[in-house]
Design a protein around this ligand. Structure first.
Ligand SMILES: *[C@@H]1O[C@H](CO)[C@@H](O)[C@H](O)[C@H]1NC(C)=O
Ligand SMILES: *[C@@H]1O[C@H](CO)[C@@H](O)[C@H](O)[C@H]1NC(C)=O
Length: 170
């Protein structure tokens, strides 16, 4: 199963697919007699290299260095496009302010929810099963209206996340 498109407009089409995937995953889990796996909570501070595929919402593949610092209430996404040597810095603060800047521009955005807490995936995530992405064996969860999240089975590291409603400008 490939990640569905990232637009709310197609959500009605997508829901039956999602539900089918969910019952499939549930059936698998039931067959194996095991409950679905639980997402690994993030450490309070870490660096991860994460891939994002925004093909369906603006035509981008991005390689993101994610520097997460929950105790200090900040988060840096260092975003690289394959054919651009000028990375985009996305600094997010837990007070809701985000700065997006590269070598030539800067803009400020407000996201009142602040940065994601370490256990952001614990509530409301639906397990969709295992998938191989970029050579990593991953568990895949989705939070409807928000994200598909791929975590490496062996290490619990984030490998990829694709967003439903990604901002086209990023
Ligand atoms: C990115 O997503 C598109 C649309 O779902 C898919 O066709 C393509 O194979 C994906 N590319 C990668 C590298 O994951
Ligand atoms: C949030 O914190 C950052 C970093 O200290 C600061 O630049 C920004 O002005 C703050 N935003 C608000 C709304 O206080």
């Amino acid at each position: 199963m490939s990640p569905p498109p990232s637009s709310l407009v197609v959500l009605p089409l997508l829901l039956p697919l999602l539900l089918a995937a969910v019952s499939h995953a549930t059936a698998n889990a039931a067959g194996a007699g095991a409950p679905p796996p639980v997402p690994t909570p993030w450490p309070e501070q870490f660096h991860a290299v994460v891939f994002t595929n925004l093909t369906e919402s603006g035509g981008r593949l991005q390689l993101i260095d994610l520097y997460y610092d929950w105790p200090r209430g900040r988060n840096l996404n260092l975003i690289r496009d394959q054919l651009s040597s000028d990375p985009l810095y996305d600094v997010e603060w837990t007070n809701g302010t985000s700065y997006f800047f590269d070598s030539g521009s800067c803009r400020t955005m407000r996201f009142p929810v602040g940065i994601l807490p370490p256990d952001w995936l614990a509530a409301g995530a639906v397990y969709l099963g295992r998938e191989h992405v970029d050579g990593f064996d991953c568990h895949l969860w989705t939070k409807v209206d928000f994200v598909w999240y791929y975590e490496e089975v062996a290490t619990g590291r984030p490998v990829r996340w694709n967003f439903f409603n990604a901002c086209d400008e990023l």
